[in-house]
Design a protein around this ligand. Structure first.
Ligand code: CO
Length: 200
């Protein structure tokens, strides 16, 4: 119980610190949120969305799942995307993967991990479709490195192909989908240069 209590202590300190720098911060934020970005990232505890990009509460709408997947039948992810695009009118959707992703590694292992293998099957399919190229990476670590990047690109395509994003572009809404990757070894982000959006 001691460790859980620590979280409440931390929370009071955090709220006090923010209120100290801006006494109206929470009051203003409680009225409305108007984030410009939607982050679709991995659930991994080493990839904390707001902290990585230095954004405060209210500035980043966030969806996270194992291995940052955008699956066409995932009502959770699609609902977040729809609300972000149609209601909040975010300008940027960022699909952010990370090197050393446990989900990616597990997807190409030959052993069972439980229910999650069904979720990870999407990555295994991606691996099998691109096996010829991926196996040229040299060793397994390099192959997984590439698969982490390829998975981000695939999810950018998936997000772009949703009815939500297609309809937004059809009505000329300012919306770009980006593919980024985060390196847990140095804390740095890399743009995979696969941004999709309307030409203006
Ligand atoms: Co991960």
């Amino acid at each position: 119980m001691k460790t859980v209590k620590t979280l409440f202590d931390n929370n009071r300190q955090w709220a006090a610190k923010i209120t100290q720098s801006n006494p109206l911060f929470f009051q203003q934020l409680a009225r409305q949120q108007s984030p410009k970005y939607l982050w679709i990232g991995c659930a991994d505890s080493r990839v904390p969305a707001n902290e990585i990009v230095g954004l405060l509460p209210g500035e980043l709408f966030v969806h996270r799942n194992v291995a940052n997947l955008v699956i066409h039948t995932d009502m959770n992810c699609l609902s977040v995307l729809q609300y972000a695009v149609d209601v909040l009118k975010v300008r940027h959707v960022i699909v952010c993967g990370h090197y050393g992703c446990g989900g990616i590694k597990a997807a190409v292992e030959e052993r069972r991990h439980g229910l999650i293998d069904n979720w990870l099957r999407h990555i295994r399919d991606l691996y099998q479709r691109n096996r010829a190229g991926l196996d040229k990476a040299g060793n397994r670590a390099a192959m997984i490195h590439r698969l982490c990047e390829l998975n981000v690109k695939e999810q950018v395509i998936n997000a772009s192909n949703t009815t939500i994003v297609q309809d937004a572009w059809r009505r000329r809404q300012d919306l770009s989908i980006h593919g980024w990757i985060y390196d847990i070894h140095d804390g740095l982000l890399k743009d995979l240069a696969v941004t999709v959006g309307l030409k203006r």
